[in-house]
Design a binder for this molecule. Structure first.
Ligand SMILES: Cc1ncc(COP(=O)(O)O)c(C=O)c1O
Length: 406
């Protein structure tokens, strides 16, 4: 616990100290875990007051838990780092990234229209396609980098409540102009929600460019070690109150457990040094893949060949994360040989772990998407996704090199 004014710290220092502020009764140096489902009331009056929203005592861990709140403060501090109105925001943590995303889509999109990016994480896309219509939510899917198309959709759908995109899209890696998108959406009375899982606040803070709601699968880079499934939102307190977000979370029930929250708090402390290495390795591995004769195309925002490289360069700092997608000349059959041949990289979905993971979006993470939309949005059957870890880049490259000998 530090005694210095946090506003004077750099992002890398803020990451180490995010969240844990108040000394507990025993002076624990590390945030304690409140591994409890319920909390004791002093007397009936205190219990009644707590239920009436008065006083500061906790009631029941689905409604709020001190360890989970530490994590909420930490994530909020990082996504709002350096913003003059940072104290107007809050973090809201969930038991998974999909818990955070679906709860906010229901809270903010209900009985209205959503304009979503065509390529999105498979379950987000499936939720909008299959479950959201039953909740009175209609969605149009567009290429979010096409601002003209966005404007047309906003004009065509005056009930648009939300524009939804990913800061680096999973798995096409497209990077759209969030500042311009936010201006357009706001002109038409819509909010902008950005899934910042791939970039993390280390590389990019969409709130600074005008986005309204940030979503995270904390399962990924924030946790960093592949031990926890979790999710989070960061938004203005005023917005979450208007949309009754906390009531939706309470009654839909997708809350995080204290142990998972505690593990995420520990993971966040090393976010900066992990991301630095992920980004360094990402660049080296992307360049290696781009120069390999068996590789047809590579998508990584740091490469000059990436369609939005200049935009990414102007809005992201310290690199571009660790996820790379690529197409092999031999299509899916060649990709299969590569994925079956790796020895250091692990064939598994997810990303943001300290170790390198490789997977096939069309048959795995994005298999639940509408097949037509999947192809249209650029998720071809040959696409391979590599989530580069923090091993030595030369070892990752050597593994890919031996697996590409077919
Ligand atoms: C960009 C993105 N958003 C959201 C999710 C969903 O997160 P979770 O698996 O924690 O529910 C994922 C999962 O892979 C993802 O990649």
């Amino acid at each position: 616990m530090i005694k210095i004014e946090e506003k004077s710290l750099s992002f890398d220092s803020a990451v180490v100290h995010a969240g844990f502020k108040k000394k507990d009764q025993f002076g624990s140096h590390v945030a304690p875990i409140y591994q409890t489902s319920t909390f004791v009331f002093e007397d009936v009056d205190e219990g009644a007051k707590a239920f009436a929203g008065e006083g500061s005592v906790h009631i029941y861990s689905r409604l709020g838990n001190p360890t989970v709140e530490q994590l909420e403060h930490a994530i909020c501090e990082l996504e709002t780092f350096g913003m003059p109105d940072a104290n107007e925001f809050e973090g809201v943590v969930f038991g998974s990234g999909m818990g955070a995303i679906s709860t906010s889509l229901i809270s903010f999109g209900g009985q209205g229209h959503i304009i979503a990016q065509d390529a999105l994480y498979g379950c987000t896309s499936q939720f909008l396609f299959e479950q959201a219509p039953a909740m009175g939510i209609t969605t149009s899917f567009i290429d979010m980098c096409d601002l003209f198309m966005l404007e047309m959709e906003l004009k065509k759908n005056p009930t648009t409540k939300l524009v939804y995109l990913e800061s680096i899209a999973n798995p096409t890696m497209s990077v759209c102009d969030i500042e311009a998108i936010s201006e357009l959406a706001h002109e038409h009375g819509a909010l902008v929600m950005v899934d910042n899982t791939f970039a993390t606040p280390y590389h990019f803070q969409p709130l600074v460019l005008g986005a309204d709601i940030i979503a995270h699968s904390t399962t990924k880079y924030l946790g960093g070690h592949g031990m926890v499934i979790g999710g989070a939102l960061v938004l203005k307190k005023e917005l979450s109150e208007t949309a009754h977000l906390h009531t939706f979370r309470k009654n839909l029930g997708g809350v995080a457990g204290p142990m998972d929250a505690w593990l995420l708090i520990q993971g966040i402390k090393t976010l900066s040094i992990r991301m630095e290495k992920h980004a360094e390795n990402g660049m080296k591995v992307a360049r290696y893949l781009e120069s390999h004769p068996k590789v047809k195309q590579v998508w990584y925002p740091g490469l000059e060949s990436h369609p939005q490289h200049h935009l990414a360069e102007s809005i992201m700092r310290n690199g571009y994360g660790g996820v790379i997608t690529f197409d092999l000349s031999g299509g899916f059959e060649a990709g299969k040989k590569l994925m079956n041949g790796v020895k250091l990289c692990t064939l598994a979905v997810s990303l943001g772990n300290v170790d390198t993971l490789i997977q096939h979006p069309a048959s795995m993470t994005h298999s639940v998407m509408d097949p037509e939309l999947r192809l249209k949005s650029g998720i071809t059957d040959g696409l391979v996704r590599l989530a580069v870890g923090i091993e030595d880049a030369q070892d990752i490259i050597a593994d890919l090199e031996q697996a590409l000998q077919f």
